[in-house]
Design a protein around this ligand. Structure first.
Ligand code: TPP
Length: 687
């Protein structure tokens, strides 16, 4: 079983304690209710100080708690979770509580009441309950393992929750835990998600006891091989003496490379005491700025100055350099194109921003990249190289040198942070007034926006409802700093095309791994990490069908995620891919049979409503917004609206035509589903 982990971590440049660190291995738990109360009081004072002084959330509490409790196991999670917005409350409460759990039930009860009460007073009922739930678990783990020190913060979500770690990880450091064998395997898809999206995640798994290895013991899986591809580092603990060194390396690797790592703790090791905290050292958590050399910046400036049609192509690496990119675009009168992932950095409410390229892009974004003579790629690892032309000059700026040149032949590769590079580059660029290049693209973008407005018109009377209408209705009702987690499939298309991301909105998604069924997990993770923000999961019915069991998790922890299921009874995206490849409709492959989502939500104690007509949509969304807990909308939408790419190749058009001919032939042979599909497609796309 994955259990508690006691690590020695001290914050950089800060002394955790005035006392000499204890290195005698003596038990660290406090052994009387009075001691528990004393520690609780100190933490309460720390919290009050935090409230009064507005010190960065959680750090102060973590430090104080660490000083008072056990310096040598200032739990990793306290440090890590302190960076994770709101959940820090629950985590610290749980950690503090776990650390003071003495052996008597009375003390447990007192400590639980004190911490739960404090959590309630300071952060509301959610974190307090969370802390109490965790406490129970920690007590249980401690009683099983007999661990004298340390605490486990384990959020056990019921199933495909691993997307959640991504959301957590994108805020700081995420953690997940699985048992050995099958329990550990559950973590895999989520860890790949984190790897592809740049999430720092620590996976803690159990391991077979040493004396049972090599004998095909119960739940035996070669975890080291299985996780070898996804984890940047694996700390396989074979002896307590490897603690804290190996777990510290694991954590540092995760933070520095923003990748998943794994710590494996066999049960027979977990119960032993750590003999020494000799290697305990502060982790480096502050990032450095990468400034490129003058010579390469000069070359880049010369290439851009020579360009007649320059386009700036931005990825998520521009998140911290948004204003610098806008300044660059204004100075040289160039259009900004962005990836889907960077939509929440550059939405098209700025004159210079002409939209996205790629399969789910729009014509102006697509043409801006296709027709330029100098492409300035900033912080993007956009994978669809077919959309990047060859034979042009490409300046690529990336803080990860391995990204340079892998998607297109970069003429000039600049290894640097986008912000630091632009600070040097922009003054070297000739000022230009925007010309016909930008104006033409802006007209194209405006025509597309007009079309999008018409397609998502709230006055639409189409039945079943068209998904763009749903996307726009959510966009207009969601708060200005809402977080959106579109799931894979066509939900991503509707969201990135028809919703507006104001500067404060965030979007999380499986943009690189392309998994379905993770949107809800990400939304829950975001809600846990940032409880004050509104969180929406926009998902297809097929995708939601992969993770509905987590509704009960959202209910349990009170995460107020608004789940909007676009119920089209199909794997519509797959059907479209098949049609483009020339294959006819195959209901056995692409039809989805759904449960009654509203009754299911009801069984989980989650409020839900079914929406079949546009006029029901607004009131249902208003209810979702007004509800404190999780809420589900089961919106019946048409599966037939085509998600047209910004350009259709001859092959794709021919494939689609061939598919329609085959469908016609099957229809004449008596397969009525084919003609019904035709009728639905005509209704949705022509009317
Ligand atoms: C875990 C996983 N399984 C399968 C796929 C393949 N896949 C991609 S889109 C899709 C269909 C999604 O259907 P649904 O959620 O109903 O959305 P729709 O496209 O119908 O709007 C599937 C099965 C995937 N990407 N990830």
């Amino acid at each position: 079983m994955c259990a508690a982990i006691a690590l020695s971590v001290r914050l950089r440049n800060r002394e955790l304690t005035k006392r000499p660190p204890r290195d005698d291995g003596s038990p660290g738990t406090l052994s009387s209710p009075w001691q528990a109360l004393r520690v609780a009081a100190v933490i309460a004072i720390a919290m009050l100080a935090y409230r009064a002084l507005h010190i960065e959330r959680g750090y102060w509490i973590a430090l104080t708690a660490a000083i008072v409790l056990r310096p040598q196991f200032a739990a990793t999670f306290s440090l890590a979770m302190a960076r994770i917005g709101g959940t820090v409350a629950g985590c610290l409460l749980a950690w503090g509580l776990a650390a003071v759990i003495p052996s008597t039930m009375f003390a447990n009860a007192v400590a639980a009441a004190v911490f739960g009460g404090l959590g309630f007073v300071f952060w509301g009922v959610g974190p307090a309950l969370f802390a109490l739930a965790i406490t129970g678990f920690v007590v249980f783990v401690l009683s099983l393992t007999g661990l004298p020190e340390g605490a486990a913060i384990v959020a056990r979500l019921e199933a495909t929750v691993l997307g959640a770690i991504l959301a957590l990880a994108s805020y700081g450091l995420g953690a997940c835990a699985g048992t050995l064998g099958p329990g550990a395997l559950h973590l895999l898809n989520g860890l790949y998600e984190a790897k592809r999206e740049g999430g720092a995640v620590v996976a803690i798994t159990g391991a077979l006891p040493f004396n049972e290895r090599g004998v095909e013991y119960f739940q035996s899986v070669g975890l080291q091989h299985v996780f070898g591809d996804v984890c940047a580092y694996q700390a396989l603990l074979g002896s307590p003496a490897q603690v804290p060194r190996l777990p510290q390396i694991a954590l540092q690797t995760a933070l520095a490379r923003r990748q998943p790592v794994r710590i494996e703790i066999p049960a027979d090791i977990a119960a032993k005491e750590v003999p020494s905290a000799r290697f305990s050292h502060p982790l480096v958590t502050e990032a450095s700025t990468l400034i490129p050399p003058d010579s390469i910046v000069r070359e880049a400036a010369e290439a851009i100055n020579r360009g007649k049609r320059v386009t700036i192509f931005c990825g998520v690496g521009c998140r911290n350099a948004r204003d610098a990119v806008l300044t660059l675009a204004q100075r040289i009168g160039a259009p900004i194109v962005h990836t889907a992932r960077a939509k929440d950095v550059f939405d098209d409410d700025r004159p210079q921003v002409v939209g996205m390229t790629g399969l789910i892009g729009i014509p102006s974004g697509y043409r801006a990249v296709r027709d330029c003579d100098v492409l300035v790629m900033l912080g993007t690892n956009f994978p669809y190289d077919a959309f990047i032309p060859s034979g042009i000059s490409i300046v690529q700026v990336d803080s990860n040198v391995e990204n340079i040149g892998i998607r297109a032949a970069a003429s000039i590769g600049v290894h640097g942070d986008v912000g630091a590079t632009l600070a040097k580059l922009v003054p070297q660029l000739e000022e230009r007034t925007p010309g016909p290049w930008l104006a033409g693209l802006q007209r194209m973008r405006d025509r597309w926006l007009d079309l999008a407005r018409a397609q998502s018109d709230p006055a639409s009377s189409a039945v079943p409802i068209h998904p763009p209408v749903v996307a726009r209705a959510i966009s207009e009702r969601a708060s200005d700093d809402a977080i959106f987690a579109p799931d894979g499939g066509s939900a991503t298309v509707w969201m990135v095309r028809y919703m507006r991301m104001h500067a404060n909105r965030r979007m999380l998604g499986s943009f690189n791994h392309g998994s379905i069924g993770v949107g809800f997990g990400m939304a829950m993770g975001a809600s846990a990490a940032d409880p004050k923000r509104q969180v929406w999961d926009l998902t297809g019915d097929g995708a939601f069908g992969m993770s509905p069991q987590d509704l009960i998790t959202a209910k349990r922890f009170g995460w107020p995620v608004k789940v909007v299921v676009l119920n089209n009874r199909q794997y519509a995206f797959v059907k479209m891919e098949m049609e483009v490849a020339g294959l006819p409709l195959d209901p056995a492959a692409t039809d989805v049979v759904n449960m009654d989502f509203v009754r299911y939500a009801d069984a989980c104690g989650v409020d839900a409503v079914r929406v079949e007509r546009v006029e029901e949509l607004g009131p249902a969304l208003d209810r979702a917004v007004a509800t404190d807990g999780p809420f589900l909308l089961d919106v019946v939408v048409t599966p037939a609206l085509l998600t047209m790419p910004p350009r259709v190749t001859l092959d794709e058009a021919a494939g689609f035509a061939l598919s329609k001919v085959r469908e016609g032939l099957l229809g004449f042979e008596g397969d009525h589903a084919q003609f019904e599909n035709w009728a639905e497609e005509l209704r949705a796309n022509l009317v």
